[in-house]
Ligand binder design. Sequence first.
Ligand SMILES: *Cc1c(COP(=O)(O)O)cnc(C)c1O
Length: 364
Amino acid sequence: MQPYQIAKTLVHNFNAGPSILPKTVFQQASEAVLNYNNMGLSILEIGHRTDAFQAVMDEAQMLVKELMQLDSNKEVLFLHGGASTQFFQVPMNLLHENASAAYLDCGVWGSKAIKEAKLYGKVDVVATSKDRNYSYIPKGYTISDNASYFHYTTNNTVEGTQMHAMPQTSVPLVADMSSDILSTVMDFNRFSLIYAGAQKNIGAAGVNLVIVDPEILGKTGRNMPSMMDYREHIKNGSMLNTPPVFAIYVCLLTLRWLKEQGGVPAIQQVNERKAKLLYETIDQFPVFNGVVDKEDRSLMNVVFTINDPEVEKEFLAICKSNGMYGVKGHRSVGGFRVSMYNALPYESVVVLTDLMKEFANKKG
Ligand SMILES: *Cc1c(COP(=O)(O)O)cnc(C)c1O
């Protein structure tokens, strides 16, 4: 049913970011470093204003629009600085110093975004799940109609929670989708601005995908450096200065791969199968504890613990000796964090859950 290719690998990469990409992408990217499109030049040595690179930029932008089914008014940008730069670039462009923006505080990344936004205006934190170490998504909060925008993180990479419903509000939506962009079908047109660091689901580190509705720009009256102004980037076709050409090329290869898999609806099915298998295994054996509320569980980053630190160490060592990378939990949560981004084959989850079952049975 799935045109999904199973990688025959001896290692399994559950890293949280930078993270696994399709094997074919690594192969094509390395070929392009040596000889791009038979030009006799490396992708690393062609000018960004050449026809060859312009074609890369055009196709990458077009594929983002196609895979996300974006309306024609949306602008697709590839910018520098990581998602962390968007934490302040967003309020710089959207928040008038006398106005306020609404933010949801659901994890370490969201709270960093809040901290940066406070530099540019008032921030109304509509709800937080800090009281239980960010192990759930708050619900039932209200967002003031006067807010300049509402910002939230769709998937909390560190804590393993994910928003499974869109907030009900009339104010412009802004989302940090760094760790779940292009993983599930969503009405992406509902957002006025989406940003995502590429290194989790779309490519190599060093570039951000930003999707913005130009309607919301230019309303703060704030002067800012050109490099911070989305309108300047739009005017210059995302080439206001030298863009991170190689990182964008890797995005293009990954976007092509995703299209070949059948796009977002097809990869969503694979992601759901992977998550189902892993969460069922966690729930089946008392030695493993799923940390977050079941209804808020992330399809991308699965967090669980083992009560006894010695047993935890033991299982970590078993994972390591079986070629599993990146399963150790974030220092703020402990335990295990298994990241299952788009490119992670179902087979890797089978191998991991088989180990978990064997281990749990031995522990009685
Ligand atoms: C990884 C991550 C970030 C930080 O990305 P950088 O590119 O390192 O700045 C921000 N938000 C979320 C949700 C992330 O997962």
